[in-house]
Design a protein around this ligand. Structure first.
Ligand code: ARG
Length: 579
């Protein structure tokens, strides 16, 4: 329907606007109100202009369209209405034609595997590198890592869906003086490889905490730690032996959690990859270019705005987090020639990324603007039975346990398995997080996350499984071609029209979500889709209806289920057929 309207606008405007301009713009048509038996679709007039235009210009073009547009039995009216975002063209579409064309268009797109061809054109074959999750070895996997993990997974799915080549990078925090300190701790305690059997992450964490306490109180201990790290930087085999064990075990443990979430990384390229010998060449370049200079404390610094001087080499010659990030960016460019590189890291590192980008800019790399910080706020107050949550699997276990209780108590439970409980727990945590804008801080509440109605993940899964069970039990099945169905009559029903109007919004939703790198756009949309589905359920009986009616209704519900399932998958959630 949008295509048809766009075509008409184009025809009405051809004398004053180029065909390309019009064709580009048709996508922006928005389906809004659901006025039965007419559906109102709005097109902000400014979308018809490449550049900023005055209100008079907008109105002039608008009235030209209203005068010249050819109405028919599908597009039945057109006028100009005033909106917050300026004057809009309002098209009135016959609701029967609207519902029919929406469902058929949807089926066509489904067969092509996409409802957003123009976005696919823009992103397919582009390389999108995503640096996400990136926990620190020997330290807790904290809330920031949880948010980074699910947000990065979402971006990966989103761009993969658009046809991009996605490179998922886990930039493990596996390097730095703290590992020398850990090494000294292990050395003094006589720690051996076998000691990590059982629960390696917790064991490692205890060792880490203990060693750092010692380093804080005992300068000699700290000094020995630094010596260890210097040896590690030089690639000393003995010094690296235990570190190797720790790293391998940690990656194995992290991988278990990622498996549970259905996430696969292409590269576990941690900070350790960028050791001193690796980085030296880059530092040399910076020195030669006069960007890296010695300060009065003997450190080597770069001046970046607005922060001022940032250290890349400490006075004892050791390198820091930022130095390694500069090296990592250069390396990734060499390897992937990315179209975008997303750094999915919390707001607290905004300055770090600004400095990184600034250094790359001064270095003169032409791809600097492709590096984007996808930042997010703090999540507060997530705790489990064991106390304040520090390990991700504790959180997922807690969610699962709570879901199991809830499932056991609910009279509607149909599938009561470990997998379903685990899935629901994960769904709840993800949707609860993606409900708000990513940059916002928020307080976690288990009650809110796990509620089974309203704006929750459980409610979305419930809607999906209800649609699946409708398909299975309604007594009719859909033909391969939907053109023969009597879809238009659905348009006589306000609830069906409302649901179709929601379906027709999916491409705008995707477009906005991609432009803002925001899962909340999709989640909000899913809640309104779910509301429309629930309302339609109340009035559009399928089972026991006359066949033509039943099939048309089923086609509407099936379209809704496909969208729900596809978008849940993009959010890194496996849609449940039964729960
Ligand atoms: N390991 C870091 C942390 O836990 C996050 C790394 C993010 N990525 C990066 N390229 N700096 O804070």
């Amino acid at each position: 329907m949008k295509r048809l309207i766009a075509q008409k606008v184009m025809e009405a405007l051809l004398p004053s606007l180029s065909k390309e301009q019009c064709l580009q713009k048709w996508i922006k048509v928005q389906a809004h109100a659901q006025i039965h038996p007419r559906v109102k679709m709005q097109l902000p007039l400014r979308y018809l202009f490449q550049e900023k235009a005055s209100k008079e210009e907008l109105l002039q073009v608008g009235s030209e369209v209203t005068r010249r547009i050819e109405l028919d039995d599908q597009v039945i009216g057109c006028d100009i209405s005033e909106k917050d975002n300026g004057p809009c063209l309002a098209f009135y579409v016959d609701s029967r034609a609207f519902v029919e064309s929406t469902i058929l268009e949807f089926q066509r797109h489904l067969k092509m595997g996409s409802c957003i061809p123009h976005l696919k054109r823009e992103w397919s074959e582009k390389t999108v590198a995503i640096d996400f999750s990136s926990p620190n070895i020997a330290k807790p996997f904290h809330m920031g890592h949880l948010r980074s993990t699910i947000l990065g997974a979402f971006l990966g799915n989103l761009f993969e869906f658009l046809g991009s080549r996605v490179v998922r990078i886990n930039y493990l925090g596996d390097w730095g003086t703290q590992f020398g300190i850990l090494q000294e701790g292990m050395y003094r305690e006589g720690t051996k490889e076998e000691d990590f059997q059982g629960d390696p992450l917790h064991t490692l964490y205890q060792l880490y905490v203990h060693a750092n306490q010692l380093a804080d109180t005992d300068p000699q201990f700290a000094e020995r730690g630094r010596e260890w790290f210097t040896r590690m930087e030089k690639g000393d085999r003995d010094a690296l032996q235990l570190w190797d064990v720790i790293r391998t075990l940690s990656v194995q443990e992290f991988q278990k959690i990622y498996d549970r979430l259905g996430i696969k990384f292409d590269h576990y390229d941690g900070e350790s990859l960028y050791n001193k010998s690796w980085v030296e060449g880059i530092l040399e370049d910076l020195r030669r270019a006069g960007l890296l200079m010695k300060d009065d404390k003997g450190r080597e610094v770069v001046s970046v705005s607005p922060k001022g001087q940032v250290v890349l080499v400490k006075s004892d010659g050791s390198l820091v987090y930022l130095t390694r990030d500069v090296a990592a960016a250069m390396d990734r460019w060499e390897r992937f020639h990315f179209h975008r590189m997303f750094y999915v890291i919390d707001n607290s590192q905004a300055q770090h990324i600004t400095s990184l980008v600034e250094i790359l800019r001064q270095k003169g790399v032409e791809w600097v603007d492709r590096c984007i910080h996808v930042s997010f706020g703090r999540l507060r107050g997530l705790s489990t039975r064991k106390g304040t949550a520090v390990f991700l699997d504790d959180i997922l276990d807690e969610a699962k346990l709570k879901m199991k209780h809830q499932q056991a108590l609910s009279p509607t439970t149909r599938d009561y398995t470990e997998e379903v409980a685990d899935n629901l727990g994960i769904t709840a945590v993800i949707i609860n997080d993606f409900k708000q804008r990513r940059t916002k801080d928020y307080d976690f509440s288990w009650d809110r996350a796990l509620q089974s109605t309203g704006e929750s993940g459980i409610a979305l899964q419930y809607a999906h499984s209800r649609l699946c069970s409708l398909e299975e039990n309604c007594g009719v099945s859909l033909p391969n071609q939907w053109e023969s169905l009597s879809l238009a009559d659905l348009g006589l029903n306000p609830q069906a029209t409302l649901l179709a109007a929601q379906l027709s919004r999916v491409d705008e939703v995707m477009e906005e979500s991609v432009a803002r790198l925001e899962p909340c756009i999709i989640v909000k949309y899913l809640f309104s889709l779910r509301d429309a589905v629930n309302k339609a359920f109340k009035v559009l009986q399928v089972k026991g209806e006359e066949e033509a009616t039943a099939m048309a209704r089923l086609a509407l519900f099936t379209s809704a289920r496909h969208i729900l399932a596809q978008l849940l998958k993009i959010l890194n959630i496996t849609p449940l057929r039964k729960m």
